[in-house]
Design a protein around this ligand. Structure first.
Ligand code: UD1
Length: 420
């Protein structure tokens, strides 16, 4: 079995390059369905989820070329065959449900395997479907499938009960070819929504206000192909910021957007970490000072991201005093707690709240990556723990981080991939 082994205690130094955002590139790849021509995505993060979504498009008969040297994807959707997506692939990755909006609006019909729940929660799709229905689609659910039909979607006003990232993206893509104007209210404001809209607008879509709570989409008849480079991954950057803090190190992180990182920067500063934007898109993070406990509540953007909750928890386990983390976005996102306790952390859970009492040291142990960000949290804890930490189920980590152990090794961490 492949594992990541970390020997704690090294101080980090040097520079790390941040990749493009996983959560931007996945919907952008899917949005290529809308264009029906050849698009090029530059600086694509070549991680497992990207290969899976490319396989989903190939199942639909898209031609997808992955140039691993240039980190470039060439996606041609001229000859798509609707409804040929393999249900196992769809089940493998929730984000593949994003093909429903583009397929429905382009072909008038989409039938997909129901994505179901996952480790971190039940993850319903009701808001996606509410949006498609408002645009005039007939929806039926049965035998493990979701089917949507509409001869032509018609623009409408849609209020989301919760600013869901996936629902906002799916509905926004469906509305691109809808007749007239669609307005999405209480839309998700994550930077990745802005990035998807920017990609679509560069192809000729008419989307206004993406990245804010109210998005207006004027339907168009066609899109033209483009060459596009997605934004930097704010969660990968945040993970390396915590790596500097937990190892009491000073490192330079290249490829950051200060605005997108604002919630993470502010929380780490409150902890006592020194953060300086030194030049355009570069930042120095210094965690060598005395750190203080903090309270965190995860919220939709611009609140503190749920995708950084586990990594911050690893850091807080080693900060003297009590910290409280409230997870309000997903109902079951504390699975890393048990793993951190195995390493000597002192954490109590009460519903969606975790109370962390800082301990003097963590000790290396055999732990699991229970999901993607929980896996990153285990690596971070391992960097600061006494002795060796062996992390299993690392396929979760590979889904969302490009060469994380190589990037950390370059900074001086003692980390390797082993087969035992
Ligand atoms: C995206 C991100 C994920 C991140 C999450 C929240 C991608 C590929 N993934 O996931 O990394 O953790 O945003 O920032 O971009 N909900 C409903 N009904 C729906 C849809 C969602 O109730 O129809 C609820 C979910 O159960 C959850 C909350 O909304 O409690 C947030 O989910 P959502 O924003 O949709 O997350 P994803 O788009 O799946």
């Amino acid at each position: 079995m492949e594992k990541i082994r970390v020997k704690g205690g090294s101080t980090l130094e040097g520079e790390v390059e941040i990749s493009s955002a996983k959560n931007s590139v996945l919907p952008i790849i899917v949005a290529c369905i809308l264009c029906g021509d050849k698009n090029i995505i530059k600086e694509a993060p070549l991680l497992e989820d990207v290969y899976v979504i490319c396989d989903v498009l190939k199942e639909l008969n898209a031609s997808v070329e992955i140039n691993e040297v240039k980190r470039e994807l060439t996606i041609d959707t001229k000859n798509l065959i609707p409804n040929s997506a393999n249900s196992e692939l769809i089940k493998k990755m929730r984000a593949s449900f994003l093909i429903m909006g583009p397929m429905l609006t382009k072909f008038g019909h989409a039938k997909l395997s129901h994505p179901g729940g996952c480790n971190i929660g039940t993850r319903p799709i009701d808001l996606h479907l509410k949006g498609f229905k408002a645009l005039g689609a007939d929806i039926s659910i049965g035998h493990g499938f979701v089917e949507a039909k509409a001869s032509k979607l018609i623009g409408n006003r849609i209020y989301l009960d919760f600013p869901s990232v996936g629902a906002t993206e799916n509905i926004m893509m469906a509305a691109v070819y809808a007749k007239g104007t669609t307005i999405i209210e209480n839309a998700a404001e994550e930077p990745e929504i802005w990035d998807l809209a920017n990609f679509l607008n560069s192809m000729g879509a008419k989307i206004y206000g993406a990245g804010q709570g109210k998005i207006t989409i004027d339907g168009v008849d066609e899109l033209r192909p483009v060459v596009y480079r997605p934004i930097y991954d704010r969660i990968e950057a945040g993970t390396f910021m915590v790596a500097a803090a937990i190892t009491k190190s000073k490192i330079k992180i290249n490829g950051v957007n200060e605005e997108h990182l604002r919630p993470i920067i502010e929380k780490l500063k409150e902890c006592g970490v020194s953060i300086d934007i030194v030049e355009n898109e570069k930042m120095i993070v210094d965690g060598r000072g005395i750190l203080k406990p903090v309270d965190i509540k995860t919220l939709p953007y611009p609140g503190f991201p749920t995708d950084m909750q586990a990594q911050m928890m690893s850091l807080l386990t080693l900060i003297k005093g009590s910290s409280i983390i409230s997870e309000t976005v997903f109902e079951n996102r504390f699975m890393h707690v048990q793993e951190l306790i195995r390493m000597g952390a002192s954490i109590k859970i009460d519903g969606r709240t975790a109370i962390i009492e800082g301990v003097d040291r963590l000790t290396g142990a055999e732990v699991k990556a229970t999901d993607l960000r929980a896996g990153a949290a285990m690596i971070l804890a391992g960097l600061a723990a006494d002795g060796y930490t062996d992390i299993s189920d690392i396929y979760h980590i590979d889904r969302g981080y490009v060469n994380i152990e190589e990037k950390l090794r370059k900074l001086g961490a003692n980390i390797e991939r082993i087969n035992i």
